[in-house]
Design a protein around this ligand. Sequence first.
Ligand code: UT7
Length: 326
Amino acid sequence: MAGIVRSVVTGVGGYLPERVVTNAELSTRVDTTDEWIRERTGIHQRHQAADDQPVSDLAVEAARRALEAAGRTPADVDLIIVATTTPDLTFPAVAAIVQRKLGCPIGIAFDVQAVCSGFVYALSVADGFVARNRAKCALVIGAETMTRLMDWTDRTTCVLFGDGAGAVVLEPGEGQGTTADRGLLGLALRADGTKQDLLYVDGGVSTNRQTGYLRMLGNQVFRHAVVNISEAVTAAAADAGVEVSDVDWFIPHQANQRILEGVAKRLGIDETKVISTVAIHANTSAASIPLALDHGIKDGRIKPGQLLLLEAMGGGLTWGACVLRL
Ligand code: UT7
């Protein structure tokens, strides 16, 4: 096949706020225990942004690290997409604030809002620019301050989430149109708006002009998660033309260790191929996949040339998966 352009990940970076909140600390604030949280979710701790640290600051730090890993500078960046549900302001987009703070030249900058699936959605949107040579150096960032959306009297939600940001640099790369190419190879994105009541925030500009709090019927979301994610993983692998068993590393959204294990079991994936950071990061929504990717690269497990599968499900409901070769 003739050469084609692929969107290639050339650098990855992550940033976690300094403050760590342990389960033990939370158990002094709400009626919960370290044991319950570990057993039901696998979470041991989460990071929390400082009061004066907006989500754009987290995004900027992750972006700086991704650019450094890619051997690029802010001057090279012509597209910024931030996946977030917790923006600094209703507008401008966090991406435009990141552009200003990083000192990037005039280019394209906007946010994508698909909650926990936001990073997979944002990657697919960025691919629309990069693989058409309409962007030469894209920053795709997942960044969240989920702790700002918590009702700290609701033990069923406040123990689950954390703050952080992860970023990748995407650049066009020449491929042969085969599964050996580096870059984004396959995608499956889904949404089912009829399931809104299972996971939502009870405030917004156009309703009550409040930020609102995250509300979730956790056990019902859980029931949908394993089935939906498994279907999307299978569809993304088929779209890429690979078998699920060909994948070197599964990098899931980190909501619950039991969901990670349920998906792996359903698809016959060896659990040693699943990158899990849920214990140390908790659920950082759109940031969790790039943070897990960064974690797996930093500890030496994920290597250039390997086949990766990213998957997520979240509010909307939205869910999706994508296959890429690093
Ligand atoms: O990222 C977006 C997608 N989100 C998800 O994928 C989250 C999916 N859901 C989950 O991860 C799990 O459903 C949870 C971790 C949220 C809850 O686990 P569960 O095993 O489904 O528990 P449950 O909601 O059925 O609640 C079991 C019990 C209840 O008590 P009763 O009614 O049995 O007396 C809860 O009140 O656990 C109680 N409970 C708690 N106990 C101590 C709920 N939260 C807590 C808590 N500490 N923090």
